[in-house]
Design a binder for this molecule. Structure first.
Ligand SMILES: *Cc1c(COP(=O)(O)O)cnc(C)c1O
Length: 360
């Protein structure tokens, strides 16, 4: 608390990001970054954008980038909203869509923890809908009637940090149950094996899909995300964005992201590599005695019957391998492990064997 702060600041609960270590040489499997570099074409486009033109403001409408995203996904440019990472887009979504007098937002009890942070920041009351015993989202829980209209729904698909995905039919059922409320699907990991709700936009004008360049496009450092929805919903996001920061994306981000989304060949090759490594890693972990949830993301969520997850994470860190542990009820016996290169995953498994033989 400070006498200089606005009234609400003391009550915020800021998001805690995974560690970005200052020392090199660590095997970094803790923040779901892509182990393969960005598309060489994206890097080339960024290099070309470095020059005298940086003295000019960037295009505040991100016209070329939105056109490239629209073309890739077969929608109109006015259905595309871009932001400084999808976290910023989520902030605008909470601000522009979910702040409704007397209405609750529905979201899973276990999901991306930034949602709860934004609920606090924007004063959005939420009803937490429990995942089932296998950590799955039950669409019927969201479709059930409620005493008052809802402010909206937000789910991550695949969910974080479980990696489990809903089918398009299940997403459609949630959207159909609330035709007058925005149903927002955070698709940060969708390119690793799930189906995008973008395919449903033709019949569900209340759906919004949010994507990021940080995971499947390997550009976490560039900070670019996008949302696709009806022009009506995107119009609301634009009003909030232009009341906050007209230039959220810089010129280098515009150039790199547009080139990345056009490089379909590189995108498909690298995400297939990640998916293949995920299958191998899952199998290896199961042989080591882990229970691994079925994942459609670039990470796996795993628990071991004989080892405390927090202690395992610490022991791995001492051996130079970073994974993510959440001290949160229901999931505090799980580790979230990013799918790295085959070599990194091999090193992780060797280190786990070393730890297991030490503690037995
Ligand atoms: C990584 C992640 C984001 C944030 O992505 P940025 O575009 O890097 O801000 C959003 N939602 C989920 C579920 C994520 O895992």
């Amino acid at each position: 608390m400070s006498r200089f702060w606005s009234d609400h600041v003391a009550g915020l609960s800021p998001y805690v990001a995974g560690e970005q270590p200052k020392i090199a040489k660590l095997v970094k499997l803790n923040t779901n970054e892509n182990p393969y570099g960005p598309s060489p074409k994206a890097l080339e486009a960024i290099r070309e954008a470095v020059g005298d033109r940086l003295r000019l403001y960037p295009d505040n409408d991100s016209t070329a980038l939105r056109a490239a995203i629209a073309e890739h996904h077969g929608v109109k440019p006015d259905q595309v909203f871009v932001g400084n990472g999808s976290d910023e887009i989520l902030a605008h979504v909470f601000n522009a869509l979910f702040r409704r007098q007397g209405r609750m937002l529905l979201m899973p009890d276990i999901s991306y923890s930034f949602y709860k942070t934004y609920c606090r920041l924007y004063d959005v009351p939420a009803e937490l809908v429990p995942l089932d015993d296998d950590f799955g989202i039950r669409p019927e829980d969201y479709a059930a009637a409620r005493p008052a209209p809802i402010a909206g729904v937000i789910v991550a698909n695949p969910n974080a940090p479980t990696g489990r995905a809903l089918s398009l039919e299940q997403i459609d059922a949630i959207a159909a149950a609330h035709p007058d409320a925005p149903v927002v699907i955070d698709e940060a990991y969708v390119d690793f094996g799930a189906q995008s709700a973008i395919a449903l936009l033709g019949r569900r004008d209340n759906l919004v899909a949010i994507h990021t360049f940080s995971k499947s496009r390997s550009l976490a450092g560039l900070r670019v995300g996008f949302a696709i929805g009806s022009e009506e919903i995107i119009g609301g996001l634009n009003r909030v964005k232009d009341s906050f920061n007209s230039y959220p994306l810089d010129s280098l981000a515009h150039a790199g992201a547009a080139a990345a989304i056009r490089d379909v060949e590189y995108f498909d090759r690298t995400r297939r590599l990640v998916m293949a490594t995920r299958a191998d890693l899952t199998q290896r972990l199961e042989i080591l005695g882990f229970k691994v949830l079925p994942s459609q993301a670039n990470f796996v969520f795993a628990s071991h019957p004989d080892h405390d997850a927090r202690e395992l994470a610490l022991a791995l860190r001492a051996e130079g391998v970073l994974v993510r542990h959440f001290s949160q009820p229901r999931i505090d016996q799980f580790l979230r492990i990013t799918v790295g290169t085959p070599e990194e995953c091999e090193l992780l498994c060797e280190t786990l064997v070393k730890i297991q033989t030490k503690t037995h």
